[in-house]
Design a binder for this molecule. Structure first.
Ligand code: UD1
Ligand code: UDP
Length: 366
């Protein structure tokens, strides 16, 4: 059996690493299961792509579609055309897509339209309800043509059931991003910035921003960062900047003694900083999950989340995107009354093994 594993953007690399490892374990046990790793090229900078392959020991991709950046339609089109060509040369039996990026949707469509190749969606069923986000469209479209849903939560299962998906297509397995976190926890690395900025345990804040709604508008981005600086009581703010945000940040020229704008960090350095931070402030999806598992207070600058369990069970709080919501959240943090949180069901580091076990059974490989 040949499985295509699709990865295109930073969070994808973190989610596929344990799936590849679980497939290789089955291979060693003599199971007839093979994979082809397809990098779409959506992210291409070393700091957004190559470094993750090195740090997480992900094998080099068998194919790189080199789609690169572009508008939503350009990027979708380039990825679909590249992947379709590959499938025409050699089709696979199952296409595994992860998460909610454009590569996820584009490859699922190309596979499904190519002789009805089966599609498995890891992290299927999550919904923010916000149709202005490209990711929500990607989720809805991908799930509309998915054969096997590997889900992270009961909420996702219910979203799928409410959309008419039959129970026998839904596999509640947990979270592969958290598999990677548990595996890498002993290897997390203190970044060189630690000494440079004289950081202390629980004595700084780590922040990331990359959602179009927060960073594509110059004034909005400036207001948010200004409010964070004003609320932070001078604690160092470590801000590894996504390339999308970097472009805009250059034009607004914010300067504050405690704001440290740096390049995107490697996985091991970034999560070292999250683990030891007083708090995280972000608009990322994956980081809210990692903060939850590490028990670190997390403030999310978004109006909605497709990961409600990070708020209901974990340490995450949705502040919205109005800068006015930032000072009261910092007050809560500094008062020491931030909720403690616990770890969602099945986020236990064994999700990829469950996924591959299901695939082995579904395809009669054992
Ligand atoms: C994408 C995903 C988002 C995910 C994020 C993870 C979609 C619709 N969005 O957003 O869900 O949270 O990745 O980081 O798929 N760029 C570079 N170098 C790179 C990659 C991007 O400079 O290696 C710049 C380009 O100017 C590009 C812009 O960043 O136009 C945006 O990249 P893109 O992949 O379109 O979306 P992201 O904002 O990264
Ligand atoms: N991450 C990283 N370095 C950084 C910022 C993020 O390694 O400088 C990791 C983070 O630990 C998480 C993933 O990238 O595993 C999240 O990716 P991102 O926020 O870009 O995307 P999202 O999860 O919002 O789709």
């Amino acid at each position: 059996m040949l499985i295509d594993i699709i990865a295109g953007a930073r969070p994808n690399f973190i989610k596929i690493a344990p799936i590849i490892e679980a497939i290789e374990t089955q291979q060693k046990d003599g199971v007839n299961i093979h994979y082809r790793l397809v990098h779409t090229g959506q992210h291409y900078d070393k700091k957004m792509s190559g470094d993750f392959f090195d740090q997480l020991n992900i094998p080099a991709p068998h194919h790189n579609l080199e789609a690169g950046s572009g508008t939503q339609a350009e990027q979708t089109g380039k990825i679909m055309m590249g992947y379709e060509r590959l499938l025409m040369e050699k089709p696979c039996d199952l296409c595994i897509v992860v998460g909610d990026v454009t590569s996820t949707m584009a490859c699922s469509i190309a596979a499904k339209k190519m002789n009805n190749i089966k599609v498995a969606h890891v992290e299927g069923g999550i919904r923010s309800g916000d149709w202005t986000m490209p990711e929500e469209i990607n989720r809805i479209v991908t799930d509309a043509i998915t054969d096997y849903f590997f889900t992270t939560s009961e909420v996702a299962n219910n979203n799928l059931r409410n959309a008419g998906v039959k129970n026998d297509k839904i596999f509640f397995v947990g979270n592969t991003m958290i598999d990677t976190l548990y595996k890498q926890m002993p290897r997390l690395q203190k970044p060189d910035k630690w000494d440079k900025y004289e950081l202390k345990d629980k004595g700084y804040i780590i922040m990331t921003l990359h959602r179009p709604a927060n960073v594509d508008n110059k004034e909005k981005l400036k207001e948010l960062i200004t409010e964070i600086i004003n609320s932070s009581k001078g604690l160092p703010l470590i801000f590894p900047v996504h390339p999308r945000t970097a472009k805009m940040l250059e034009t607004i020229g914010i300067d504050a003694g405690n704001l440290h704008v740096i390049e995107p960090l490697g996985y091991l350095e970034f999560n070292y900083l999250v683990k030891n931070a007083k708090a995280v402030i972000t608009d990322s999806g994956g980081i809210t999950e990692e903060a939850t598992v590490m028990g670190v207070p997390c403030m999310t600058l978004r109006d909605s989340t497709e990961r409600p369990e990070t708020c209901t069970i974990g340490t995450n709080e949705l502040l919205g995107t109005d800068p006015k919501s930032i000072p009261p959240a910092f007050d809560q943090l500094f008062s020491g009354k931030w909720k403690k949180g616990s770890i969602p069901e099945l986020w236990d580091g064994k999700t990829a093994q469950r996924i591959v076990k299901h695939i082995v059974e579904l395809f009669g490989l054992n």
